[in-house]
Design a protein. Structure first.
Length: 393
């Protein structure tokens, strides 16, 4: 990572926390090379208000920000780095910052500047979700956006991810959605996605590691490259998410003694019990619970909670219902359900196994996500959301 990028990561999340001493702020950072002007006085004229100007090494800047926090306005110009805007909501700063950029960052900005709303528990939190362009991830992004969170849609599916962010941003809301292309199997890709998030929102409060894949098959049928693919996405992908986000969360918490960061893995009921002819997926999810518990022990001292949520089967989602690659098709072809002749036979079989009489839905998972973020006492937990199908003992 370039020196300037590292300086931005070392400064901007910390400044956000210092300025957020009374209430959590939201904003954006425009690096120097993306500004149409690099003179603080000219930028002041464009923005129509005074700007606090800072210079020096990161440590000196942070000390000055802490000493003068009550006198700082909504815009901070950091010489040789760029311009930071922080306010009570994202929409208040984005339009003005757009006027001083050389060019758009690729997002379609709403024409409105939303008025503040009643603050919900997730208001102004920055929540990143991997695999958020479809399935559980898309549903989570939609509902958390409705809760007032600034949502970062991280996915390799650029077309679907951008479309979702544009759709959400058309709502009259003070929070924003942002798409960034990210491959969870690549640590460098995840680090870059976290950096882009800091530029767009000035910090990152919740990382939801949701991206996952499944390849069903018996030990005789599943090939090593298929096993490796599942492991790289589900296991290494979770590690890469944590590795990339922890430095930002630790920095934020050093400058706000009341703040907690949250890392949440969307695991599976298959991470709590074995799954016949589905060993690659279940094994990767069991391993994810091990990572969750270990990360939790390591990071709680830094006020970072790490929890896993283990949903039951999301029958309506593409993972199960896709007519070509969905689990119903895969399980039918793998002979996982004895006597099943059609996809409907497979679906009825799995529905009959749930005491609640239905599959898990996105809103069920959202309730668990909101719980782990809201509470400050539990970490390292693997929380079943299975309609009674899997019970902890």
């Amino acid at each position: 990572m370039e020196q300037k990028q590292q300086q931005i990561l070392d400064l901007i999340p910390a400044i956000r926390m210092i300025i957020s001493s009374n209430s959590l702020k939201s904003g954006s950072f425009v690096p120097l090379d993306q500004l149409s002007e690099t003179d603080a006085e000219k930028i002041t004229v464009r923005l129509g208000r005074s700007i606090s100007v800072f210079r020096g090494a990161p440590k000196q800047i942070l000390e000055k920000v802490e000493a003068t926090r009550g006198e700082i306005g909504e815009y901070l110009f950091i010489e040789e780095l760029g311009l930071l805007g922080l306010s009570s909501n994202k929409s208040k700063v984005e339009q003005k910052l757009a006027t001083v950029r050389k060019e758009s960052r690729g997002a379609e900005l709403p024409e409105h500047v939303a008025t503040p709303q009643i603050k919900k528990p997730l208001y102004n939190k920055v929540v990143a979700i991997t695999g958020a362009a479809m399935g559980y991830g898309e549903g989570i992004a939609r509902q958390l956006f409705g809760e007032g969170a600034n949502v970062v849609i991280m996915d390799i599916n650029e077309e679907a991810g951008r479309a979702l962010s544009v759709e959400l941003n058309r709502q009259i809301s003070p929070n924003r959605a942002w798409f960034v292309k990210a491959d969870v199997t690549s640590l460098e890709s995840m680090k870059e996605a976290v950096y882009e998030t800091v530029l767009e929102f000035s910090g990152l409060d919740v990382m939801i590691s949701n991206a996952g894949v499944l390849k069903a098959g018996s030990i005789e049928d599943l090939e090593p490259d298929e096993f490796d693919f599942v492991t790289r996405v589900n296991y290494y992908g979770y590690y890469n998410c944590v590795k990339a986000v922890v430095p930002v969360m630790k920095l934020q918490n050093r400058f706000s003694t009341r703040n907690f960061g949250d890392i949440i893995q969307i695991n599976s009921k298959s991470g709590l019990e074995g799954s016949k002819k589905n060993f690659a997926y279940a094994g990767s999810k069991f391993a994810g619970v091990g990572l969750t518990q270990s990360f939790a022990l390591e990071l709680l001292g830094d006020r970072i909670k790490v929890n896993a949520i283990c949903p039951g089967n999301y029958f309506e989602g593409p993972l199960w219902s896709d007519p070509k690659k969905g689990l119903f098709v895969q399980y039918l072809n793998a002979g996982k359900v004895p006597g099943a002749l059609t996809i409907e036979d497979v679906k009825r079989h799995y529905e009959s196994m749930v005491p609640a009489g239905r599959g898990c839905r996105v809103e069920d998972v959202i309730k668990a996500i909101k719980y782990v973020i809201d509470q400050e006492y539990e970490t390292g937990q693997a929380i079943p959301v299975t309609g009674g199908q899997v019970m902890l003992s």
